[in-house]
Write a protein that binds this ligand. Sequence first.
Ligand code: C2E
Ligand code: CA
Ligand code: CA
Ligand code: CA
Length: 277
Amino acid sequence: AKARERSSWQRFDIAMVEQVTKRLAIEKDIRKGLENNEFIPYYQPRVDIRTGRVVGMEALVRWHKADGTVGNPGEFIPVAEETGLIVQLGERVLREACRQTRIWHSAGMDGLRVSVNISAHQFRANLVDMVFNALDESGIDPELLELEITESTMMSDLGQTVSLLERLAGRGILTAIDDFGTGHSSLYYLKTFHINTLKIDRSFVEDILNDENDANIVSTVISMAKNLSLQVVAEGVETQEQLDRLREYGCPEVQGFFYSRPVPADDFEIYVRKTNG
Ligand code: C2E
Ligand code: CA
Ligand code: CA
Ligand code: CA
């Protein structure tokens, strides 16, 4: 029994060492990737449910690695967050997304709003200067930039959240609560926080047709948002049936694979020109 115990501990140790080694390797790769500008935003359209027109896009980072493969956020965002590298990575994405948006505006695709994800690590006092700099650098209208902040990030330090949101709103920048419904936001804070948009989490939309609870939550969030004069976006729309149901509930804006996956800037531009005419 002793021998077996020891060997299982040894296996455990080896697994741990392998895991730590792998993380360190990813961290090193991320640093190199940042140096070589390998992190590139893709864009997913946000669509007006009534007109079918593209009204904006969410920037979602992809890793174009030296070996030609493309990495998804699930592989590297957690490590980037743990190591704090997300601050630098997030700034790159924001600046590039603003720069690209400016180009599109100048090319006649004006009025498109760009949404950028902000991680918990970035949601600190110096975020405001970083965002203002990116705006100044790109020259885009602050009302066309939206920052997506998750419910849990917002709820972790309420005092700081109120002040950050106020400073961003002071400049006219839009803010959205991302993954709405998955955390513990209180209705009270929805009223107090200076926010513009609720993004209903994909997990609710996924089951909207066969789970009565999810359907009720979605329709309730939509009417509540209307009463609070907030914009609502349902994310993760994949089928016509889901779209029809969201329309029935009066959801104003949608996003999901039904329209398009996140795609590189060139492909996004083609999509918008085709859709918006
Ligand atoms: P998120 O902000 O909730 O982004 C939505 C995710 O859902 C994206 O995954 C998107 O590709 C995916 N999605 C969109 N429509 C559908 C659909 O119809 N069906 C399904 N199954 N999925 C859909 P992605 O691009 O892999 O990003 C995952 C997460 O990584 C994001 O979740 C966000 O939390 C994070 N992330 C991505 N880019 C950035 C970034 O630049 N900065 C930060 N801080 N986080 C980022
Ligand atoms: Ca998001
Ligand atoms: Ca989300
Ligand atoms: Ca469910």
